[in-house]
Design a protein around this ligand. Sequence first.
Ligand code: SAH
Length: 357
Amino acid sequence: MTALRNLIVDEIRRSGPISVARYMELCLLHPVHGYYTTRDPFGTAGDFITAPEISQMFGELLGLCLAQAWLDQGQPKPFTLAELGPGRGTLMSDLLRAIRIVPGMSDAVRLHLVEASPHLREMQRAKLENVVHLGDVSELPDGPLYLIANEFFDALPIQQFQRGPNGWAERLVGLDGAGLAFGLGPPMSIDLPGNEGDVIERCPAAAAIVNEIASRIARDGGVALIIDYGGWNGRGDTFQVVEAHQTVNPFDNPGGADLTAHVDFAPLAAAADAAGCSFGYTTQGHLLNALGIGARAAKLAAAGDRGAGSAARRLTDSDEMGELFKVLAIWPTDAPAPAGFTARRAQTKTESNETDA
Ligand code: SAH
């Protein structure tokens, strides 16, 4: 029995079943007992490992992609370099080292990190200089915005709707005796086809964040690279709870395990399009290959890094992270596409082809 479980049970007793979104929010970000609030979950000894923790090449290549976009857009000075959910700060530290080779760029950086966890903010401050922490993208300063987010959107709270015998209803977390259990709310008038048992997911927070970022990029220039696991259009129930690299029951250890959902990139691209930006969408494997991970791995290997080749394969192979992880790029319509991307149009049916660049 964790303290957080007791708080959640009390909340449900007081005011009824809670949404999956509320459950995620409490488990991940409760100010005292939340998963991210209290720990550093990354790495082999932690619950999961992320791309920047696998290899320095990840942050370096993405940094060079941002640098090319910065050069293409006339080297605006100063500019905001932002990251959403920087974790240990590893990606940003690798990125900042890589862009030092671009004359004038590092000096123009105003670094802003959007991070909810006080514990991780401290780790980021220890690793990076001149950091401004923000709680929310709406607090970003005006001006050109070069932004990166790796495995941030999968942690945003989702709503789930399930088709029951009487139509769609929201999937809720309620009580089954003394324990937590899934149930369904009252039937809703959602006009969508589906069979009984089907689940759809929505992440209103994600589209709102992309709308905010893309509006700024359309107005002031810049680029955003959003990397996460997921796909184009929803695929049913993807809510997942992971502890020590294993999928576990979502109610076993509230606040002690990581809760995520696949990111549906189609509504995020639609939000970027509606805000007046161009966008591109490709796989992590395609992008890193296009940015030259092969050559970078060979160089590191020649310098004595014996793990570089296998790290590159882990990041790019289709049966490792290469296909599951996707990248959405957002840029102003009057600027060239960032390296590795071609502009796509919103709401085209053929865009379900995920290997397309
Ligand atoms: N980008 C890092 C960490 C990914 S984990 C990496 O690739 O290793 C998710 C990160 O997002 C954590 O830093 C977590 O504290 C932060 N986070 C999650 N939800 C957030 C929210 N709603 N607002 C701000 N930060 C959030």
